[in-house]
Design a protein around this ligand. Structure first.
Ligand code: SDX
Length: 431
């Protein structure tokens, strides 16, 4: 727990409540209100948790004003440039950068768990071919608890470790199978001689009719996209996983709940929505109309890929993603990509517009990622599943941290009740 050296005094009506103030290693102090209801008889009220810390965590830190994102203290731009996804996974899961032999052992453990139980292949047949891959992933990941009974007891540290490796290892396989099923192609089994990102690309794009060579440019780009999406403090889907897990539910069911939450267009679904929006805009001359609509209170349209609850400056992931978009399209020889042109011009215009400046709306991680994924050959329906593959390590790391905390309690928020007060039942003939 953080340092506790100060208190705040809350004075209201004829009451005075002393609230401890905890100081973190980074970020704002927190007011500990756990005794507020018992001592003051009142709740706090914070729909959407704009000012509420739901837990203490040592995994990821965001400074939204400075545009800083740290994983166990290491800045995301350095990790994106110098590290690779499975090393970042080790860092998030265990707290330190691994030595070479520890990393090799970890990567081998993950690689050797990438296949799914053969009978799980049957699940995919129960879905319509045109099912959104996120629907398939929610179903199949939840169903993992029907197969891997030997890693569902969350009170057993060893079973928690096995479930963590299984989830990290099998998520790309399940996402790739969901994609293959949606395009009517046979699933492709993982290979143990490929790295994580290359394996995923091959499982998505290889066909039995010919050999598939992983393009190192695409593999590096995919690995970087996974790294940039790995974890992000207590975002909506991570909070979903924490709340679901606080009841002691098994990890597969809780991660499936996280996938379901991520799907929403305000969250992980924004990468699909952002590319579709850029395509709808079509050309640079159409941008002003969309900017007008985004500012119109009566128009539900929002600039997808813009804005963030925490970042009130540039999302550092968007910066790296923008740079990667330029590199990947250039390396792939894709010139005059109209969508990238529209994205850059839209960003430029928006960042000079008083509405966006005043509301501190900047591009977020979802604004450029779709352009890269599209260039790599993925349909927009696979953008959020790829986000889910990446975020699995974040969900699992946060889950492990919470479950291992002896002070962990079931999450059970209170409410501000606005319904009818007590009244007696009225028989139907008297109504
Ligand atoms: C992710 O939490 C995380 O860390 C998430 C994430 C992660 O890695 O886990 O970073 C991933 O989800 C990124 C965000 C992806 N979503 C989008 O790109 C969808 C578009 N963005 C918005 O829906 C919105 O910005 C949110 C949901 C991201 C944030 O919403 P908030 O914090 O609740 O802010 P808000 O909706 O209250 O907006 C504040 C103001 C509002 O205007 P007023 O009511 O004050 O007049 O800004 C406006 C909003 O109308 N606004 C936008 C806007 N985003 C906010 N106006 C136009 N276009 C936008 N995109």
């Amino acid at each position: 727990m953080a340092q506790t050296t100060k208190t705040a005094t809350l004075t209201f009506e004829n009451k005075q409540v002393e609230l401890p103030i905890h100081s973190p290693t980074a970020g704002p102090d927190v007011l500990d209100i756990r005794k507020l209801y018992a001592q003051g008889g009142v709740f706090t009220y914070d729909p959407g948790y704009t000012s509420t810390a739901s837990c203490d965590s040592a995994i990821t830190f965001i400074d939204g004003d400075e545009g800083i994102l740290l994983h166990r203290g290491y800045p995301i731009d350095q990790l994106a440039e110098k590290s690779h996804f499975l090393e970042v996974c080790y860092l998030l899961l265990y707290g330190e950068l691994p030595t070479a032999d520890v990393l090799e052992d970890f990567e081998s453990r993950v690689t050797k768990h990438t296949m799914i139980h053969e009978q799980m292949h049957m699940f995919f047949r129960g879905f319509r071919r045109d099912a959104h891959p996120m629907a398939t992933m929610v179903g199949v990941v939840g169903a993992m608890s029907a197969f891997y009974h030997d890693s569902t007891d969350v009170s057993d540290p060893w079973q928690r470790e096995v479930a963590s490796i299984r989830l990290l290892a099998k998520m790309p396989t399940i996402a790739a199978m969901a994609y293959k099923y949606s395009v009517g192609q046979p699933s492709v089994y993982p290979r143990n001689d490929l790295d994580y990102a290359s394996n995923f690309l091959r499982m998505c794009f290889a066909v039995p009719a010919e050999d598939y060579e992983v393009d190192p440019i695409l593999s590096r780009a995919m690995d970087r996209i996974l790294t940039l999406h790995a974890d992000h403090e207590q975002n909506a889907s991570t909070s979903t996983v924490r709340l679901a897990s606080s009841s002691g539910a098994n990890p597969f069911a809780c991660i499936a709940a996280g996938i379901a939450c991520l799907w929403g267009p305000a969250h992980g679904g924004a990468n699909q929505a952002a590319l579709e929006m850029l395509r709808e805009i079509g050309t640079v001359d159409q941008i002003p109309e969309f900017i007008r609509r985004a500012k119109d209170k009566d128009d539900p349209f929002r600039l997808m890929g813009f804005g963030h609850r925490v970042y009130k400056n540039f999302d550092p992931r968007a910066k790296v993603m923008k740079q990667s978009a330029d590199e990947v399209l250039d390396l792939l020889g894709i010139e005059n990509n109209e969508t990238l042109k529209v994205a850059k011009e839209l960003e430029k215009i928006a960042l000079e517009d008083p509405y966006f400046v005043e509301k501190k709306l900047y591009p977020n991680v979802d604004f450029y990622s779709g352009i890269i994924l599209d260039a790599m050959g993925f349909p927009t329906s696979m953008f959020t599943p790829i986000f889910a593959v990446a975020r699995t390590v974040g969900w699992v790391s946060q889950w492990k941290e919470m479950i291992a905390d002896p002070a962990m309690k079931i999450g059970r928020p209170r409410q501000l009740y606005t319904g009818p007060t007590y009244r007696d039942y009225v028989d139907v003939e008297n109504r």
